[in-house]
Design a protein around this ligand. Sequence first.
Ligand code: SF4
Length: 182
Amino acid sequence: MNLWNKLMCYSRRHSPWLFHMNGGSCNGCDIELIASLTPRYDAEQLGVRLEGSPRHADILCITGPVTHNAVNAIKTVYDQVCGPKAVVAIGSCPATTNVFIDSRTLDGPLNRHVPVDVFVPGCPPRPDAIIQGVAKAAEILAERASKKLPIAPVVMPLVGPGCNGACSCAAITETKNEEVQA
Ligand code: SF4
């Protein structure tokens, strides 16, 4: 790897730029993502930055159960993020469609349409869980850039008490982990 590529890997690992996309969420996860970047949790202080254009981003953060209307937009935005790139599914909705599972307006889960690298369970996930997920995605990104190898998706542990059985946080951590190991 030449010096330029080493520098790019280092920058991606230490200051990933995010693009946030809402795939039909209730906005709970979106608010938590913003909370993770604003002064209380302050991921920006660690170099994580929310970017206004997918063309400038390294990591695509997607919330929501993926409605029919959102599918084409998600695929277009995914293609617009320059490689190497990573995708973080924030919340239980993009992983399983969660409490909206029987809705006829949905075309989820997210990994039917784009490859997902990190699942962050929770409904909504806590800001510290989102920061952990983004840090994991930055690690995957740097590894992908340096080795160009396929990397299996990662399911982050549930942070905090979770919700009392109404959502599918537990299902993600159990079933997705089995899928990853298979
Ligand atoms: S995971 Fe929960 S909080 Fe997040 S979009 Fe779905 S229903 Fe809303």
